[in-house]
Design a protein around this ligand. Structure first.
Ligand code: MN
Length: 280
C-alpha cells in the first residue's frame, strides 16, 4: 500500500531540469510522497535555455516520467511556461490528455480567485538585472571570502588592499530590492485586478505574505525552487502553505518501483511514447 499525502493543489516551479543546479532526487521524493488533484508547474521546469545534450541525467528523466505517470493516473497537470522554457510558449493553450500548457492560469478556490504565472514578465519593468535576485546574502558572504583571498595575494605582492564588497554592496542591495519590487508589482497588480491570491515563481524566494493597500488586499505566494530551497506550495482545507523539503517531514518515502527500475532507454521511450493515452 502506498500512503501518499492528499492535497488539492501542489505547485512547484524553477526546477531547472537539465542543469547541474537541479536537485531532481529530492523533487522525485517529494512528488512520490503526495497525491494532488492538480499539479501546477509554474515555469522553468525544464531548462531548455541552458539545455545541453551532454547533461540530462537519469534522475532528471525520472522527474519527467513521474509527472507523466501522475497525469496518466488522473492528476491534472498544468504546465505554466517560464523564461527558461519559453520555447514551450509556442504550444501555449495546448492540452494533451491530462496535461495542458499555458502562460497563465486563473482558478477559483473555495470562492476566491487565484492568479498563477511565472513572473518573468516583471523583469522588463524592474530595472535591476535578473541575476541579482540570485545573489542575496549568501552571495555577499562568498564575495567577502573571495575578497580576502585577493587581498592575501595583493599584500604579498606589496600592493594595496582592495574592497570588492564595497563596490558590489550596492548591487546586493539591488538584489534585495529586486525581490521586494517583484512582490510589490505582483501584489499591486493582483489587488488592482481583484485576485485574492497571486502565485508566482521565478525569483527563487519561497514566500507567503499578505499585502494590503487602499484598494484592497491579496495574498502573495511564491513556490521557491528546487535548486537551493526545495520548496513547494500546497493548497488543502481552504488554505495555502509552503512545503519545505528540508524542514517538513515526508510521509514515508515510496519510490514508484516501476520507475525506480527503469533504465535510461526505457525512460526515454516512456516519455517519448506518451503513455498518458491511458486516461483519455
Ligand atoms: Mn524564471
Amino acid at each position: 500500500m502506498k500512503l501518499k499525502r492528499k492535497v488539492e493543489i501542489a505547485v512547484i516551479s524553477d526546477v531547472h531540469l537539465g542543469t547541474y543546479g537541479c536537485h531532481a532526487k529530492q523533487l522525485l521524493t517529494y512528488l512520490n510522497s503526495i497525491q494532488p488533484k492538480k499539479l501546477i508547474l509554474n515555469g522553468d521546469i525544464i531548462d531548455i535555455r541552458q539545455f545541453s545534450k551532454r547533461y540530462f541525467p537519469k534522475s532528471h528523466l525520472k522527474v519527467i516520467k513521474k509527472i507523466m505517470t501522475m497525469a496518466a493516473n488522473g492528476v491534472e497537470v498544468i504546465y505554466i511556461t517560464g523564461n527558461h522554457d519559453d520555447m514551450l510558449r509556442k504550444f501555449s493553450d495546448t492540452t494533451i490528455g491530462n496535461i495542458s500548457i499555458v502562460d497563465k492560469l486563473v482558478l477559483e478556490l473555495d470562492g476566491k480567485k487565484a492568479w498563477f504565472f511565472h513572473g518573468d514578465v516583471f523583469d522588463a519593468s524592474i530595472q535591476n538585472a535578473r541575476w541579482l535576485a540570485k545573489l542575496g546574502g549568501y552571495g555577499y558572504d562568498m564575495l567577502i571570502l573571495f575578497n580576502r583571498c585577493i587581498n592575501w595575494v595583493l599584500e604579498r605582492m606589496g600592493k594595496e588592499k582592495y574592497s570588492l564588497s564595497k563596490r558590489i554592496k550596492n548591487s546586493v542591495k539591488g538584489a534585495l530590492k529586486y525581490i521586494s519590487d517583484f512582490e510589490e508589482v505582483a501584489t499591486d497588480l493582483a489587488i488592482e485586478n481583484g485576485y485574492d491570491y497571486v502565485i508566482c515563481g521565478h525569483n527563487h524566494q519561497p514566500k507567503m505574505l499578505l499585502k494590503e493597500n487602499k484598494h484592497g488586499k491579496t495574498i502573495y505566494l511564491n513556490s521557491g525552487d528546487w535548486v537551493e530551497n526545495f520548496t513547494a506550495l500546497e493548497y488543502q482545507f481552504k488554505r495555502w502553505k509552503i512545503y519545505n523539503y528540508n524542514q517538513d517531514k515526508l510521509s514515508p518515502f515510496f519510490a514508484d518501483e516501476d520507475i525506480k527500475k527503469m533504465e535510461m532507454k526505457d525512460l526515454i521511450a516512456a516519455i517519448t511514447v506518451f503513455d498518458i493515452k491511458k486516461t483519455s
